[in-house]
Design a binder for this molecule. Structure first.
Ligand code: AG3
Length: 282
């Protein structure tokens, strides 16, 4: 697990011995935060690599392949997303993409681990000024507690967490989904990353089943993400009368996206057949 001296590579091992790795030129930083083990590497071809508890969070070159599909499909399917909540996302990449939408009046981010924010601010070229944007409200705290207690209402809630095992498991529970549903405006989207399609299939199915109990409609989609055992899965919960199968292509043009292609929005919904069948039976 982790850094391999002989290969000079960082390798993340998934279940069943499936590995994803990067050649490393420098070991920059390693610390035990209050919540998790944080490692930072310089890679040969993908910029800096951020690792939490042994799992790849992002590489600087290609992080948009995760942040674009997490943020823009829901933002562009919503007619007027003004108030946004991000749970997790300490590196600031999700916040950055959210703030690119002119409709946004306020984006609240609740990250449990302050060290992730600090380290990202110092070492990573990811947030690109998002933390300083006047529309951003960045809070250090427990997202589960925040969502249970807040009086605010949101048009879009985005969960940018670690895997549905370990500390983030609570973010994939029916109770959490209910709190999220309650804190959405009459019409709203909830989106969460939901793990590797091939290697966390059971977690994906479980999360989908739980979300279906709570939201008016639930969609699933997948996207190839650089640095993860791809394809990666995403789940979208809908409250009220919103359609996730269509996006505003006019608004999308101004964003000049690199990975997610709004003009081919329908290609998001591609899943390996066996996974689609498992989801349909869930
Ligand atoms: N959020 C983490 C996605 C989960 C990655 N899982 C894994 N490699 N096993 C990404 C943080 C980027 N804002």
């Amino acid at each position: 697990m982790g850094f391999n001296e002989k290969e000079r590579a960082f390798i993340e091992w998934y279940p069943r011995g499936y590995g994803v790795g990067f050649k490393v030129t420098d070991r920059l930083f390693e610390t035990q935060t209050e919540y998790q083990r944080l490692e930072l590497y310089e890679t040969e071809g993908f910029g800096k690599l951020l690792v939490l508890d042994g799992t790849v969070q992002l590489v600087e070159v290609g992080e948009e392949s995760y942040h674009e599909p997490l943020v823009h499909p829901v933002m562009l399917a919503h007619p007027n997303p003004r108030r946004i909540l991000i749970i997790g996302g300490g590196d600031g990449g999700t916040l950055r993409e959210v703030l690119r939408h002119e409709t946004v009046e306020k984006a609240t981010m609740v990250e449990i681990d302050e060290t992730v924010i600090e380290v990202s601010k110092i070492y990573l070229n990811v947030a690109k000024g998002a933390f300083e944007d006047p529309r951003a409200e960045v809070m250090v705290g427990d997202g589960v507690k925040y969502l249970r207690e807040t009086d605010e209402r949101f048009d879009v809630i985005i969960v940018d967490s670690t895997d549905p095992v370990g500390p983030a498991k609570l973010l994939f529970s029916e109770e959490f989904y209910r709190n999220a549903y309650d804190k959405l405006n009459d019409k709203g989207f909830y989106i969460t990353q939901a793990g590797s399609v091939y290697l966390f299939t059971n977690e994906l199915i479980d999360a989908y089943r739980a979300m279906k109990k709570v939201f008016d409609r639930v969609y699933y989609f997948s996207f190839p993400v650089i640095g993860y055992a791809s394809p990666w899965s995403f789940l979208v919960g809908v409250k009220g009368d919103l359609d996730f199968t269509r996006v505003d292509v006019e608004r999308a043009r101004k964003l000049d996206l690199y990975y997610y292609d709004p003009e081919r929005h329908e290609t998001l919904f591609q899943m390996p057949r066996y996974v689609r069948e498992l989801l349909e039976r869930a």
